[in-house]
Ligand binder design. Structure first.
Ligand code: BG6
Ligand code: MG
Length: 213
């Protein structure tokens, strides 16, 4: 097999929490009078909470000191974290779960590499708390995507050289992180529309064709 491990991004790949991020950022941006649309939201994919806030503020020409920025980031996270209360295992698409199970049955190691500090909680809520061979989240890293830290740590935890890992991403920054870490990437959603990655996934289950080769 071409790969020994698959490392998944979380938001926008395993589940649709990217829409919840969008709603929470939009609520804050509206309050601050900053125009917020999908194009701006796409720049936040894969990027840490504080870096995302800075991108939003820069787009609106708003300057603020660190305590104020931390307060806004916390405000956004309160709204976002509350929306996660609604997540249940039913929010995991059946094709995602069956694809993960088939990949595992083929002997592939499976990891998560997410910039989100909420990742462990989301996985728990989706019923995937104990599923993956490693979970590396925003709680474990200093530099978020496009820095490769999150994927390199996941590969290390899996005991797999980067060249034998395939990353699955919806963020352009995430595909860049994979490449900077020496890994191939399969792109979904926004990353796929941007033409990033060695492979394009229209359906999550297409991963089965890529990894079978
Ligand atoms: C990434 C999302 O997974 O996590 C980003 O794509 C988000 O949009 C980042 O900003 C940080 O998430 P959190 O949950 O720590 O605020
Ligand atoms: Mg993502």
């Amino acid at each position: 097999m071409k790969y020994k491990a698959v490392i998944f991004d979380l938001d926008g790949v395993l589940c649709h929490t990217d829409h919840l991020h969008y709603r929470a950022w939009k609520q804050l941006a509206d309050r601050l009078g900053i125009p917020f649309d999908q194009e701006l939201n796409n720049q936040l994919r894969g990027v840490s909470r504080m870096e995302s806030l800075d991108i939003v503020l820069r787009a609106g020409g708003v300057e603020a000191d660190l305590p104020q920025r931390e307060q806004w980031a916390a405000e956004k996270n309160t709204v976002y974290a509350k929306s996660l209360d609604t997540l249940t295992p039913q929010d995991l698409e059946p094709s995602v779960l069956s694809t993960l199970q088939t990949l595992r049955s083929r002997g592939l190691l499976l990891g998560v590499g997410s910039s989100s500090k909420n990742a462990p909680r989301i996985l728990e809520r989706l019923g995937l708390g104990d599923f993956f061979d490693t979970v590396v989240s925003g709680l474990d890293i200093r530099n978020s995507k496009p820095d490769p830290e999150v994927f390199l740590l996941a590969a290390k935890n899996l005991g797999t050289p980067p060249k034998d890992c395939l990353v699955v991403e919806d963020a352009v920054a995430g595909v860049e992180a994979a490449h900077r870490g020496g890994m191939d990437a399969a792109a979904m959603g926004d990353a796929a529309r941007s033409g990033a990655g060695e492979y394009t996934l229209n359906e999550f289950s297409e991963l089965l064709n890529i990894t079978a080769a």
